[in-house]
Design a protein around this ligand. Structure first.
Ligand SMILES: Cc1ncc(COP(=O)(O)O)c(C=O)c1O
Length: 394
């Protein structure tokens, strides 16, 4: 059987994790893997999550199937978290999915069933899993300009010009906030222009919302998603609870469909459920029940929001410290962009050779495209990191 196969490409991030683990140097710094880390360098269980789990343990009565659509309370709470009352509930359907990746996978399959001839457009660059997933779903894949490698900001005129050329046979994947890998994001005014472009062209928005609350706050980070969804008759959103609830291994996310009307919403939802049924059948409940418990309880929700703000503010502080340290040591504003970026990542724009030198010379690990996870920066080593970065670009 398997003699007909060749090895699938290895995941570069996982390979880098292995290299980091095997590196004996004490002073090594891991800016590679995309998980939040606290000042102790660990990915903590949030206190609100631990309290929700305690309550669940005390009251759980069954482990029977949760149903194809998943945890209904979770679905309602996530719909409220993402849209509040900005989008008519009647046109919205939501199905729990195994993580943001699972949500993207079922949504891409839904869109492929609806329009197999469409092209799926990705930002250049984007999360490395987007293109393989879109191809796996069957789509032709193309990319629109996004990151300006000189300013390390969004090349908005180029992005908008590309979007304006699209039409109803095009699906555009947008990062709802906290762009991965660049860290460069649209302003609210730019989101409004993007929304107006979709309205003009009839292109279809697929919004990947994996970091809600990691940028500037829950409301601020949701602005773009709400602006686009409100401007167009139909759209989809893939929500992840991995980062903002720290529930990576519980695999909790949601596939959200906003359709033209209730009848089409029901049809799309039945197709989503059919896709789930023939792949994993039903989603895992534990993470969803944690999120439901937190979001439905006033006190737990307030505690979670405070914890989320602590994580977010830590990342912003680390951004400011690193860009200030580089500025002080180099007398140049070239790395000010690190402080302007939001979310967990920044694309430094270093050549591959510099990335390799940082690893071998200084034990600083980052992804090959020079993406850093700012949450991985040890606060007391910001100066060392600034020195190491500056040494490689001399
Ligand atoms: C842009 C983006 N989308 C989706 C995901 C999926 O996250 P998960 O499947 O872990 O919820 C990630 C995770 O790294 C991501 O960075």
């Amino acid at each position: 059987m398997f003699e007909t196969l060749t090895k699938a490409p290895a995941d570069k991030i996982l390979a880098l994790m292995g290299e980091f683990a095997a590196d004996p140097r004490k002073e090594k710094i891991d800016l590679g893997v995309g998980v939040y880390k606290d000042e102790a360098g660990i990915t903590p269980i949030m206190t609100s999550v631990a309290k929700a789990e305690q309550r669940m343990n005390a009251s759980a009565k069954t482990k029977t199937y949760v149903g194809i659509s998943g945890n209904k309370g979770f679905n309602a709470a996530v719909r409220e978290l993402v849209f509040a009352d900005t989008v008519p509930a009647g046109r919205t359907r939501i199905m729990q999915a195994p993580g943001g990746t699972g949500a993207l996978a079922v949504l891409m399959e839904l869109l492929y069933r609806a329009k197999p001839g469409a092209t799926l457009w990705l930002s250049n660059p984007t999360w490395p899993n987007h293109a393989p997933m879109a191809k796996h779903a069957g789509f032709k894949v193309d990319s629109y300009p996004y990151f300006d490698t000189k300013t390390r900001a969004v090349d908005f005129p180029a992005m908008l010009a590309a979007l304006d050329k699209l039409g109803p046979n095009d699906i555009v994947l947008l990062h709802g906030c906290c762009h991965n890998p660049t860290g460069a994001n649209l302003t609210n005014e730019q989101w409004d222009q993007v929304a107006a472009s979709f309205k003009r062209t009839g292109a279809f928005p697929l919004i990947d919302l994996a970091y809600l609350g990691f940028g500037d706050g829950l409301e601020a980070d949701g602005y773009g998603t709400r602006a686009v969804v409100n401007a167009v008759p139909e759209s989809v959103v893939a929500f992840s609870g991995s980062k903002n609830f720290g529930l990576y291994r519980e695999r909790v996310g949601a596939a959200i469909v906003v359709a033209r009307d209730e009848a089409q919403a029901d049809i799309a939802n039945s197709q989503l459920m059919n896709i789930a049924r023939v792949t994993y059948s039903q989603p895992p409940d534990h993470g969803a029940e944690i999120i439901r418990t937190i979001l439905e309880d006033k006190d737990l929700r307030a505690e979670w929001e405070t914890e989320l703000a602590t994580m977010r503010n830590r990342m912003i502080r680390l951004r400011e410290k690193l860009s200030e340290a580089i500025k002080a040591k180099s007398n140049s504003a070239d790395f000010d962009f690190i402080a302007a970026h939001r979310g967990m990542f920044s694309l430094l724009g270093l050549p591959g050779e510099a990335v390799e030198n940082l690893k071998t010379g200084s034990g600083v690990y980052m992804i090959g495209d020079s993406r850093i996870n700012v949450a991985g920066i040890p606060e007391d080593r910001v100066g060392d990191l600034a020195d190491a970065i500056l040494a490689t670009i001399k």
